[in-house]
Ligand binder design. Structure first.
Ligand SMILES: *[C@@H]1O[C@H](CO)[C@@H](O)[C@H](O)[C@H]1NC(C)=O
Ligand SMILES: *[C@@H]1O[C@H](CO)[C@@H](O)[C@H](O)[C@H]1NC(C)=O
Ligand SMILES: CC(=O)N[C@H]1CO[C@H](CO)[C@@H](O)[C@@H]1O
Length: 317
């Protein structure tokens, strides 16, 4: 057999193999993209995604989006109602009340430090158009309502990219809050406290949301729930707001520490310390119908018996 023949055959074989590999690669790329979209839209798909992506790791593509959701939601979803994924936080939207059920963030020192040029001054409040208009809050609902547009995931926690900061201004992450003594007072203090924890311990998971707490009626034998609604879209004004905080230990194999705060949506006297608002996590779960950091076995948690005094807080008080 002459050598040109051999060369030709070899050339054919190589290009055939090339096409074959390119075909597989394209199919794989296409399927991965579809899968990624599904995982973003469907919380169940998210749950089983590790197995699927393991099976797909042949061409090891970078799943940036999936990766960040898995990082933020490391300890599990508090609930699965209308889960929405943003670039630096994840939330569940309450269509009936037009505000979130919960918003989860993972804070690290790097995201707090901020990058020059990234600022909340260049962000603006806006409705999230991905929410169906029937269930969407609008800017007009808040106008002249007497309430602040209060952040659930704080803008100051997301300063590594302008997009991250911008997204905290979507009305899905906003709730009506009293200005005096709350949004500009105790709530702000709580947000600062969470950032201090992050500076000190390095990795902090925060879940924030509204509560609608019933009160005993005059006769005390019955309970009733009353809350305001603002604007033509009837955006609920929660009676309380909560933050559930999980602090990861710096020590290898160290246990995470967990604590929670509940603040009434009211003007809170400045002399009250945050410590006065420490709350049993099970109480929040009871009123919110959520389950926090279910991925952590509670018995594994330091402080999981919810002491009335916060160990961590002592460092900051
Ligand atoms: C952030 O929001 C501002 C104002 O809405 C807009 O001009 C800017 O392009 C946004 N930046 C990014 C990165 O999305
Ligand atoms: C309290 O109880 C009395 C009768 O015992 C009843 O007439 C009244 O309506 C009750 N008030 C409320 C607020 O339920
Ligand atoms: C405006 C409003 O509804 N404020 C409420 C916030 O929550 C506290 C505690 O339930 C109520 O006392 C306020 O009336």
């Amino acid at each position: 057999m002459s050598r040109p023949w051999l060369r030709l055959t070899l050339g054919w074989a190589v290009s055939l193999l090339g096409c074959f590999v390119a075909g597989i690669y394209f199919q794989h790329w296409h399927a991965t993209r579809q899968l990624r979209q599904l995982v973003q839209q469907d919380a169940y798909a998210y749950y089983i995604s590790p197995q699927i992506f393991d099976a797909f790791s042949f061409f090891a593509t970078q799943n940036e989006q999936v990766h960040h959701v898995r990082r933020i939601m490391k300890y599990g979803f508090p609930g699965l109602d209308d889960v929405r994924i943003y670039s630096d936080f994840v939330l569940s939207y309450d269509r009936r009340n037009r505000i979130a059920h919960w918003v989860c963030e993972h804070l690290q020192q790097s995201t707090l430090e901020g990058v020059p040029g990234v600022s909340r001054a260049s962000a603006s409040y806006q409705p999230d158009l991905s929410v169906p208009s029937t269930f969407r809050a609008s800017l007009a609902d808040y106008r002249h309502s007497g309430f602040d547009r209060g952040h659930l995931a704080a803008a100051g926690n997301h300063r590594s990219q302008q997009l991250h900061c911008n997204e905290t201004f979507f009305l899905t992450n906003i709730a009506p809050q009293i200005h005096q003594g709350f949004n500009s007072g105790a709530w702000n203090k709580l947000e600062n406290y969470v950032r201090q924890l992050t500076q000190r311990y390095g990795s902090v998971y925060v879940c924030t949301g509204p509560l609608y707490k019933p009160r005993p009626t005059q006769n005390s034998s019955k309970w009733s729930l009353e809350y305001q609604m603002i604007g033509s879209n009837m955006v609920a004004v929660p009676t309380h707001f909560f933050k559930v905080i999980t602090i990861e230990s710096r020590l290898p194999l160290g246990k995470p520490y967990m604590e929670a705060y509940v603040l009434p949506n009211a003007s809170i006297p400045e002399k009250l310390t945050l410590r006065a608002f420490l709350c049993d996590i099970r109480e929040i779960e009871h009123y919110a119908g959520l389950k926090f950091f279910d991925g952590l076995r509670r018995s594994m948690l330091f402080g999981s018996n919810y002491p009335s005094k916060s160990q961590v807080f002592r460092d900051f008080a």
